[in-house]
Each structure stands twice: as C-alpha cells, then as structure tokens.
Design a protein around this ligand. Structure first.
Ligand SMILES: Nc1ncnc2c1ncn2[C@@H]1O[C@H](COP(=O)(O)OP(=O)(O)O)[C@@H](O)[C@H]1O
Ligand SMILES: [Mg+2]
Length: 291
C-alpha cells in the first residue's frame, strides 16, 4: 500500500512539473506543441523492425522509433524490460556479448549501423556512452579525459590539453578539478566522477550520447548537476537517457519511450506520456500501479 502511495506521489510530482511549466514558461510550447508522432525532419536515429536476442531470450521485440537531432529521449520501464539492451544496440556494445543476435535496422544519419561494412570503432567514437556506475580509469583526472584522444591518434600535447579543458568545461566540472588534474579520479565525489566520465565521453566529440541511469547512484545535488548538464549538452548532442526515476524523465527529456518486456509500448512527447498517455499500460506504469 505504502509503496503504491509513494509511487503515486512520484507521479504527481512528475505531472506537476508540466503544470508548473505551463504556467511559468512560455517556451514550454516547444515541448507541449509537438505532434503525437515524431516528425520526420532532422531524424538522427531511426530504428526499424529491430529485434535482439541473448541466446533464446528475445530481449527487444520489433522496435520502431525515430529520434530527432538535439532532442533528449528518456527511456523508462520496469527492470529487465530491455532499456540497457536497447541503449547498447545503438553503439553495438552488445556485439561483445557472446551468443547474441540482432535483426533489423538502426540508421544513424541515414546509415544502417548493422551493415557489414560498419566500422564498430568509428561507431563507438560517434556514439558515446556513460554507465550507471561511474568507471574512471586508474589514471589521473587529466589522463582519463585525454585517453580517448590518445587512442584516436592525437599526439600534439597542446591540442590534447585544450580538448581536455574544453571537455571538462562542457561537462561542467572544470572549476572543480582544474587544480586537481594530476590527482586520482577516485579522490573525487561520486557526482564529480560521473561528470568526469561524461567529459571523457565528450572528449572524442561524439554525435550521440547514451546515458544509462547516469544519476541513479548520486545524491540529489549531484543529480541536479547532471540534469542541468544534460540541458546544456542537448544543444550539441542527441541524447538518450535511461532512467528509472520518472521525475527525472519528466524533467530532462523532450520525448519519452516506455518499454515493457522488450516491447516499445509508447513513444511520445514527454508531457503527453506523463499527463495523457495513449496506452493504458503506459498510464498504469507512470501512475505507479506497477513497476
Ligand atoms: N548479458 C546478458 N546475457 C543474457 N541476458 C541478458 C544480458 N543482459 C540482459 N539480459 C536479459 O535481457 C533482458 C533485458 O535486460 P536489460 O536490457 O538489462 O533490462 P533493463 O535495463 O531494462 O533493466 C532481461 O531479461 C535480461 O535478463
Ligand atoms: Mg539497465
């Protein structure tokens, strides 16, 4: 009972985000005014008839979705519904897992990344990823961010230093670490480590950023910094963020995709998903009746 009540409270908070936007923000029109189906222009990622299997487990079922450039898409759904699997399909990280199979199409800028001639290293450079648990390398703060540049063949120390600084600034952590560049990243707070990992992902200038529950291990202040960062980053990147926190999805995303048991149940403007979803199952989930 109590759990349900708490979840309902979460939902009310999520919907109230839109109510307050409607009264206080004139610019909220850009979100609220989206048409029901994602429009065709500026499509960055298009997924068509996509299936994914771990052995006999059918983890993603006939997924269709189109994601616009410079949008933030929130992926929500109960544990085990395929959110992380979906994210990892977009930069073919699942290729590393044995006995898996992908079927169908994922187009990025019009090119199917599952075609045989796709270079996976290039793909992963273009599609950066940040995980739930921050995973800095056991190198200095500076070298964590420089790493991707070095493995991509950048040798000029001045260029590396400039890019490291820019990435740390873009990840909104420069001021906190500029005097600690040679320190171990493990001396940073959890929130700082996570932003460092975002800086590391940004350093190699991806086009798309995949974030898998990036704030789930963070305290509220660190979480709000990461959310603020996402708002800033969407000017330059297309972002897909998995979150189990519905208020977070409501706050940061333009569109939301609700997955359940490997299926994409509903995909629409976030305001619609949280206030007036088309599908009864979506409504049950966002109102906290299950999950
Ligand atoms: N490495 C793996 N090997 C086998 N099955 C997996 C693996 N990763 C995930 N799965 C299965 O795929 C389904 C979706 O998992 P996942 O994408 O991790 O869900 P979510 O991120 O929504 O919690 C689950 O049934 C899960 O058990
Ligand atoms: Mg997951």
């Amino acid at each position: 009972m109590q759990g349900t009540a708490m979840k309902n409270e979460k939902f009310l908070n999520a919907t109230s985000i839109f109510r307050s936007q409607a009264t206080t923000q004139t610019s909220s029109k850009s979100v609220r005014g989206e048409s029901a189906s994602p429009v065709k222009k500026n499509i960055k990622i298009k997924v068509e008839s996509f299936n994914f299997y771990y052995g006999n487990t059918w983890a993603l079922k006939n997924i269709q979705i189109a994601i616009k450039e410079n949008n933030v898409v929130g992926i929500i759904g109960p544990s085990g519904c395929g959110k992380s699997t979906f994210l990892r399909c977009i930069n073919r990280m699942n290729d590393i897992i044995k006995n898996t199979r992908a079927e169908g199409f994922i187009y990025i800028d019009g090119k199917n990344i599952y075609e045989k001639d796709q270079d996976v290293v290039t793909l992963r450079r273009d599609v950066g990823m940040v995980f739930q648990k921050s995973n800095p390398f056991p190198k200095s703060v500076f070298e964590n961010v420089a790493y991707g540049l070095r493995i991509n063949g950048v040798k000029d120390q001045r260029v590396i230093a400039q890019k490291v600084e820019k990435s740390l600034k873009d990840a909104a952590i420069w001021d906190e670490v500029k005097d600690r560049l040679s320190d171990s990243p493990f001396s940073l707070s959890g929130g700082q480590q996570q932003r460092l990992c975002i800086a590391r992902a940004l350093a190699i200038e991806p086009r798309i950023l995949l974030l898998d529950e990036p704030a789930s291990a963070l305290d509220p202040i660190a979480t709000s910094k990461v959310e603020e960062l996402i708002h800033q980053l969407k000017k330059e990147y297309t972002i897909i963020i998995v979150t189990h926190n519905m208020q977070q999805a409501a706050r940061v995303s333009d569109f939301s995709a609700f997955f359940m048991m490997g299926e994409l149940i509903e995909y629409d403007a976030t305001s619609k998903i949280f206030t007036n979803p088309s599908n009864k199952i979506t409504e049950d989930y966002v109102t906290g009746r299950f999950g």
